[in-house]
Design a protein. Structure first.
Length: 170
């Protein structure tokens, strides 16, 4: 299947600007990855909790990072605005875009990585399909992160979609 023009444009920009790819990262020990849902989608829980819990306020999700990055040569105010336009429901490439950006984000993680992984996580989710394997290859993450990754990998491999684990690294 051919990619939509917006997706092609976004991927071309990422390819042409290695410095932009390098900026798709959280500060050391501040990466926060998420997938699935608890009582609601985990990304909504995180947004709510970041307003009230100081230990979460310092953590950075991929959308947090994308919101602060300008996109060279486009009309978009941020990389997040570009992604949100490309991933509109009528655009079938949203998954491709999030997988690409999530892989870059996970490959740039350094130190302790925090996780909020809920139910419904299977091999079709970006976390299981991309972030998990990229992080397992990332030599810059700490041993606790590696232990959690091994647990998540076992859950995905044995098709246990109800992982339901939150870990906020101190």
């Amino acid at each position: 299947m051919a990619l939509q023009p917006g997706t092609r444009a976004l991927l071309s920009i990422l390819q042409a600007h290695p410095s932009l790819r390098w900026e798709i990262r959280a500060a050391p020990d501040r990466t926060l990855l998420y997938s699935g849902s608890f009582f609601k989608p985990v990304w909504k829980d995180i947004a709510d909790l970041k307003r009230t819990r100081p230990e979460l306020a310092s953590k950075e999700t991929l959308p947090d990072v994308l919101a602060r990055l300008p996109v060279p040569g486009t009309k978009y105010s941020s990389l997040l605005a570009f992604v949100e336009d490309v991933e509109q429901p009528w655009q079938p490439d949203g998954y491709t875009v999030w997988r690409a950006l999530s892989g870059i984000f996970a490959s740039n993680a350094v130190g302790k990585v925090s996780f909020q992984i809920g139910s419904g996580v299977d091999s079709s989710k970006v976390f299981a399909a991309t972030e998990l394997n990229v992080l397992l290859r990332n030599r810059n993450v700490d041993p606790v992160t590696r232990d959690l990754l091994a647990y998540f990998k076992r859950c995905v491999e044995t098709r246990q979609p109800g992982i339901n684990l939150g870990f906020i690294a101190s």
